[in-house]
Design a binder for this molecule. Structure first.
Ligand code: HDD
Length: 710
């Protein structure tokens, strides 16, 4: 007899709010302020400075249970880091659906426009270790845990919409190739080494994704300026049971913008925590991060109408073919209380879905459905990781799973099996339904031979790489060329470099191949080498949505602006500049040669926020130099003052020098009149600066910037 959930208590009255997860975590929070120091067994400790010894110069006694417990716990503090995506940072927030969502999916979180579901989002790099740098050239993970009324939904995506391989069975090979090399564990956090390029040059299906990682997408300026993608084709099931294919998108409301490569590299040393610091500080300052959530929807009957296979994770659906329909919005507004407890222990799994969301047969996704649960068993020490506070759903959980390491739930009753009559059949199944039902997999007929094979519809490896290349602006193309040239220069085996230049790049674009070949002193390839099938053909020549410039930020909100002063600065100018920046939502940071207070021409002293080499230009989006003869003279006499401007100029950042502050430009050997450099009185200089800052980079400066030695 199988008891059905038709009578007795129900969990369906349960509903989440924005605060559900925050509140649920409260019982686990611990604040030591005002409390006595105790052992784990609760005994008060009288001396935490000295171990128990036989005489004050004698050996320590085994009896010292206080020391043993403390050191024993310390010895076991570390857990295995994630094999990929080890370095990450995360934040709490909420998701709120728009009206369009409920029509597409019966999932409870989409039901009511404006209903807030708590989320926890972890951003990460892929290659490096937990302690590696934030701004390396790499894919960024973008994993979202939705704590819905109906259980956890994990959307475990990246900031690029495609992947390196088509089948999960190749994942260990790919990861072994990209991670630091096994003999010397070099390099950290980057793909610029032999084994990566060896692998990808032998696996042409990776060409499209490698191109994305050579683009500015791989060096985001901020997590808030990244797009996010679910990558695989998933399914949404509506209330009528109709299933549609979808691709998930996160569109940043702050626009998309990135670092430039020299800047990214310098940040490794200047601020290795650049992204996680900004995430943390912005949230603390109330500058929350926002994305719109969207889907590209393909009716099941249209599955085969594209010139690529929807199940192939190395392909996008160009937005010009299927536009992204916005179905909600996400805001990240709360920092974790404790990094280890929340960010390190959070466990994502693309296989965690709720009724109304389902999988496609993408063979990469299918393999992922196994891998994530499996990895948590090792990383988090057994199958009870779902009981770790950050991983617990906010809805009630009852089932007959029992025991194992670190079990926390104290299950009452005798029946831990089903069917049972001892506990009246509880916990019972819930039939699938249009609302609040149990999970039901999509009804799909699968009738096929058992084969180890790849569909011929996966054979096109290049057409979308070509589409991506053709869709980039000149500046973006130049960055891609420089990225390939840089990475290949780190490859020690000439035959690997040659294979990339001669056998991969010409199939994407002869122009790209020629330009990379030139930097490497190699003859320019003259023809594609791949078969017609591998080259494929895209129905589009270009997809403007693929350029970062397509979603240029609107205005200068959240921009960081260095305001340079020294003793004798024009106090009125400074006040005006700070007021103007703050009025537009940008952050002004007062930077002086040292941390000593600076005195303005009004005789008043100000404490600088930072000093020139403490917060270098790579941490900022633009620079404003305040006038005042003595101040400008001091900055011009300082190597660091001149370097500040040179470096900002090299990285295509807008610079404003107010009134006589143009003396610093001249001292640095920079032009005083050029696009992206504004001078004159405070109003004129600021207006031009603001316009340039809104563009984020002064692209027209690119050629000249190369000449700057900074
Ligand atoms: Fe993965 C972690 C994203 C393919 C196996 N993956 C991980 C994380 C992200 C992704 C964002 C970090 C989650 C977190 O913050 O904790 N992975 C992707 C995307 C993929 C992808 C977007 C392709 C579209 N991954 C992929 C495959 C496999 C894995 C094909 C295995 C067959 N991924 C893992 C893993 C990790 C992981 C080993 C390491 C730590 C973890 O899961 O929890 O299981």
């Amino acid at each position: 007899m199988t008891a059905r959930n038709s009578d007795g208590p129900h969990d369906t009255d349960f509903t989440t709010s924005e605060d559900s997860k925050h509140d649920a975590l409260e019982r686990w929070r611990s604040n030591a302020k005002g409390h006595d120091l105790r052992t784990n067994q609760g005994v008060r400790i009288s001396d935490n400075q000295n171990s128990l010894k036989a005489g004050d110069r004698g050996p320590t006694l085994l009896e010292d249970f206080i020391m043993r417990e403390k050191i024993n716990h310390f010895d076991h503090e570390r857990i295995p880091e994630r094999i990929v995506h080890a370095r990450g940072a995360a934040a709490h927030g909420y998701f709120e659906p728009y009206e369009a969502a409920a029509k597409l999916s019966k999932a409870g979180l989409f039901k009511d426009p404006g209903k807030r579901t708590p989320v926890f989002v972890r951003f990460s790099t892929v290659q490096g270790a937990r302690g590696s740098n934030d701004t390396v050239r790499d894919v960024r993970g973008f994993a979202t845990k939705f704590y819905t009324d109906e259980g956890i939904w994990d959307l475990v995506g990246n900031n690029m919409p495609v992947f390196f391989i088509q089948d999960a069975i190749k994942f260990p090979d790919f990861v072994h190739a990209v991670k630091p090399e096994p003999h010397n564990e070099i390099p950290q956090g980057q793909s610029a080494h032999d084994t990566f390029w060896d692998f990808v040059s032998l696996v042409p299906e990776s060409a499209h994704m490698v191109l994305w990682t050579m683009s500015d997408r791989a060096i985001p300026r901020h997590y808030r300026s990244m797009e996010g993608f679910g990558i695989h084709t998933f399914r949404l099931i509506d209330k009528q049971g109709v299933s549609r294919f979808v691709k998930f998108h996160w569109k940043p409301l702050a626009g998309t913008y990135s670092l430039v490569w020299d800047e990214a590299q310098k940040l490794w040393g200047r601020d290795p925590d650049f992204h996680r610091r900004a995430l943390h500080d912005d949230i603390e300052n109330g500058d929350f991060l926002e994305w719109e959530f969207g889907v590209q929807v393909v009716e099941e009957e249209d599955e085969h109408k594209f010139d690529f296979d929807l199940l192939d994770p190395t392909k996008i659906i160009p937005e010009e073919l299927v536009p992204v329909t916005p179905i909600g919005k996400m805001v990240l507004n709360r920092n974790p209380d404790n990094y280890f407890a929340e960010v390190e222990q959070v466990a994502f799994n693309p296989g965690s879905v709720v009724p109304g969301i389902d999988f496609s047969n993408d063979p990469l996704l299918q393999g992922r459905l196994f891998s994530y649960l499996d990895t948590q068993m090792l990383r988090l020490g057994g199958p009870n990781f779902a009981e770790i506070p950050i991983n617990r759903p906010v809805c009630p959980v009852h089932n007959n799973q029992r025991d194992s390491f670190h079990r926390q739930t104290i299950n009452q009753g005798q029946a831990s099996y089903e069917p049972n009559s001892i506990d009246d059949g509880w916990p019972r199944e819930t039939p699938a339904a249009a609302e609040n039902g149990g999970f039901e997999s999509v009804y799909e007929r699968v009738d096929a031979h058992k084969v180890r094979a790849r569909s011929p519809s996966f054979n096109d490896h290049y057409s979308q790489a070509t589409l991506f290349w053709n869709s980039q602006s000149d500046a973006e193309q130049q960055h891609i060329v420089e990225a390939y040239a840089f990475e290949l220069s780190k490859v020690t085996r000439p035959f690997i470099r040659e294979r990339v230049v001669n056998e991969i790049l010409p199939n994407i674009s002869l122009d790209l191949a020629k330009r990379v070949a030139q930097v490497h002193g190699m003859p320019a390839p003259t023809a594609a080498t791949a078969s017609k099938e591998e080259l494929g053909k895209s129905s589009l020549d270009a997809s403007p949505a693929l350029s970062l410039l397509a979603r240029k930020p609107d205005g200068i909100k959240f921009r960081k602006v260095a305001v340079l002063v020294s003793d004798g600065f024009d106090a009125q100018q400074l006040a005006t500049v700070v007021q103007k920046l703050e009025a537009k939502g940008a952050a002004a940071t007062l930077i002086a040669p040292s941390m000593a207070p600076v005195t303005g021409d009004d005789g008043k002293q100000l404490a600088p926020d930072a000093m020139l080499n403490g917060l270098p230009s790579v941490t900022q989006d633009g620079v404003i130099v305040i006038g005042g003869a003595k101040s400008v003279e001091a900055l011009a006499a300082s190597g660091q003052g001149r370097y500040y401007l040179l470096e900002a100029y090299k990285h295509l950042k807008p610079i404003a020098a107010i009134d006589d502050a143009d003396g610093l430009l001249t001292a640095a050997g920079l032009p005083t009149s050029e696009d992206g450099i504004s001078t004159g009185d405070v109003d004129a200089a600021f207006d031009a600066f603001e316009r340039a800052l809104a563009e984020h980079r002064v692209w027209s400066r690119q050629a000249k910037a190369d000449a700057i030695p900074a």
